[in-house]
Design a binder for this molecule. Structure first.
Ligand code: AMP
Ligand code: GLY
Length: 423
């Protein structure tokens, strides 16, 4: 079978790695891919947003199966373009990807179907939002309605911060049209857990749990980023929590989407907060998380193509997901200055250390090939993932492996997985 992967981040590198392991796959294309993916797939320089070119390429190469990785093309209907051209495609259609692309939509859905989440109001005018926060309880959370690279959420401790936040999102349009509407939400406290679930629209199968570290600096300081590191499984996701989420979050959400005429096929990423009052949904994403994928996918025992195909065919009830009884930690190596401004184009050295090692991975996020050398090409450069028999071992292994790689302006957090010690 010929497979094409749309995307070029660490998530797509992890997906490509798993697809390359499948006995059923003969050839892999990636658009646009990156320097790491290029070792496993033939990369073609087509933008993830250029549906016409992507479909034309897939047709020309007689691609049998497409996987769309990132949120932007899913929100823009790139999966629809492939499906409408008769190509089997893993990833939700635009009308289902809205569960991520509009926070107001997902909040309204949860309210309508009694899925536990924070109380909220939606505003499409800055004046009304300003009026609301005059009397709202603090702290309070502001969320841009649309996609904002995971950075459109502001936790405001004071009314002044909230006013500044509303101005930033709705008046100054820091995230463009994503801030035309905002959600203002109750502040919750608790442990965060991410559970990525495969769904065929009717059946939903949760994968092993993971946890992201979103802030740029140690001790959760600094700005929100796309994710600075992850670990899996989360020791806080107990069987009781899992049982609750199966009954009251995952299946009800998939059923709600179907009832709304928005059948969801793909990965439903459930960001959960384990509050004193029980698990509640922080957000939904319509795709694998990045870097959650880098710790979850390496632990999956199934042939990933079997699972992808069952999601598309509506036969997920025939699949049993299996994960290795081990743990994984991913430490993101970034360019110093991320997520604000940073230099790129520096040579990445030491990647050969990962060759022929089953338990260590360097999943490329922002890398490129320049003059035959692998160079940095983004804020998040490489996700260094290591497996271990438990989380403490996996973390020690991951930090050891971060030393194998060198590039100018290399930056990482030093406390990925630290919460593990508190279990
Ligand atoms: P989101 O992109 O909606 O998951 O939000 C990004 C991060 O902001 C989450 O991972 C949480 O750490 C935090 N956050 C979002 N919503 C809330 C909330 N209602 N209460 C407290 N923290 C939140
Ligand atoms: N790591 C968070 C996300 O992929 O949205």
């Amino acid at each position: 079978m010929k497979v094409m992967i749309v995307g070029g981040g660490g998530r797509e590198h992890a997906i490509t790695w798993a697809v390359a392991k499948s006995k059923r796959v003969d050839k892999i294309y990636a658009a646009p891919g990156n320097a790491g993916i290029a070792e496993l797939a033939e990369c073609v320089d087509i933008s993830v947003m250029d549906a016409d070119k992507l479909v034309a390429f897939a047709k020309e190469k007689e691609v049998d199966f497409v996987i769309v990785g990132p949120d932007d093309p899913l929100a823009a209907g790139v999966a629809d373009a492939f499906l409408d051209a008769g190509i089997k495609t893993f990833g939700p259609r635009k009308n289902a990807a809205i569960i991520e692309a509009s926070k107001a939509f997902s909040k309204d859905l949860m309210k309508k179907y009694n899925i536990p989440s924070a109380d909220y109001e939606v505003f499409d005018s800055a004046e009304a939002a300003m009026e609301y926060i005059k009397t709202a309880q603090l702290p309070i959370v502001l969320k841009a309605d649309g996609l904002a690279l995971g950075k459109g959420v502001l936790i405001c401790m004071t009314r002044e911060e909230a006013e500044d936040g509303i101005r930033e999102l709705m008046v100054d349009k820091k995230f463009g049209t994503a801030g035309d509407k905002i959600v203002i939400e109750e502040y919750m406290t608790g442990r965060e857990v991410s559970v990525l679930c495969f769904s065929d629209g009717k059946t939903i199968l949760p994968m092993t749990s993971a946890q992201d570290h979103k802030r740029a600096g140690d001790g959760d300081s600094g700005l929100n980023t796309g994710g600075m590191g992850t670990f899996s499984p989360s020791p806080f996701y107990t069987p009781e929590v899992a049982e609750f989420c199966n009954r009251f979050v995952y299946q009800p959400t998939i059923d709600a989407m179907r009832a709304e005429g928005r059948e969801f096929k793909g990965v439903l990423f459930c960001g959960l907060m384990l509050t004193a009052g029980g698990p509640r949904v922080l957000e939904f994403n319509a795709r694998f998380g990045d870097p959650e994928a880098q710790v979850v996918i390496p632990r999956l025992k199934n042939d990933i193509m079997d699972v992808f195909e069952a999601c598309v065919d509506g036969t997920l009830d025939k699949i049993t997901l299996e994960f290795e009884d081990n743990a994984a930690v991913c430490v993101m190596l970034a360019s110093d200055g991320y997520p604000v401004s940073y230099k790129k184009g520096f040579e990445i050295k030491g990647l050969e250390n990962f060759k022929d090692k089953d338990d260590y991975f360097a999943f490329h996020s922002g890398s490129a090939i320049k003059d035959g050398k692998v160079v940095t090409n983004g804020g998040r450069v490489l996700g260094v993932t290591a497996i271990g028999k438990d989380l403490v071992t996996a973390r020690a292994n991951a930090y050891k492996a971060t030393e194998w790689v060198e590039f100018d302006n290399k930056y990482m957090r030093h406390d990925i997985g630290k919460a593990i010690d508190e279990q």
